[in-house]
Design a binder for this molecule. Sequence first.
Ligand code: MF3
Ligand code: CO
Ligand code: CO
Length: 268
Amino acid sequence: MDDPRGRLTRDGIRIHEPADFAGMRTAGRLAAKILDEVAALVEPGVPTEALDAFIEERVNAAGAKSATIGYRGYQHASCISVNHVVCHGIPGPKVLKDGDILNIDVTVIVDGWYGDTSRMYVAGTLARKAERLIQVTHDALMLGIEAVRPGRTFGDIGAAIQTYVEAQRMSVVRDFCGHGLGRVFHAPPNVLHYGRPGTAARLEEGMFFTIEPMVNLGRPETKVLADDWTAVTRDKSLSAQFEHSVGVTATGAEIFTLSPAGRFHPTR
Ligand code: MF3
Ligand code: CO
Ligand code: CO
């Protein structure tokens, strides 16, 4: 897709203009607000398709568009990934049980700008091991964001996440990554959640991308089910994920998808 403004680095990463941050802020805030609102519906006995229907209604009520409906044949306004589902869980009739943990991932388009964010929820009682997994995954994302500033590299982000997660004796999923975004959903670069400091492309002011680490209690390997979307841990261990859309500023990162209600991390 052609974009008249800004420029591309030699790695094909778009450098956006200062005025473009406003568009991302509006889109990101809407996605985050919808994740705030859906929290009240998450409880045992609720089918994940009911959460998705609510999300679709909120997207439409805001005059926005869902980025996922119609994306490569996907038909829902969210991905809902329960327990050992790593990502891209398809909302359906299956009901949540007490103690289930789930990631809800929403991407909206507002005035052509994409806001992409996900966070974790619990239905009913949160078990200790699940709580730790969620905590570590959240903190890993925030450590990755703290590594963002001009002059550092994408490898620095991955290394910050991987070092922390593995020190907690959990594993980082390798099979899925974050991505550039802006006026497109998925653009260069691939934002890996593992790696070595100083490697990969250098960060520049005006880059927009997601960081969205998936962390497993067991081994990192995943497989995709026969529906061609649902990714699960091969060892059936619990998996968690948090995602923010960010922009590189002169001094660090701006998080576009901050929770207006201050409820990004549900267990805090
Ligand atoms: N929101 C997801 C991401 O973080 C992408 C979902 S694509 C879908 O990149 F088609 F599965 F919805
Ligand atoms: Co994303
Ligand atoms: Co997402």
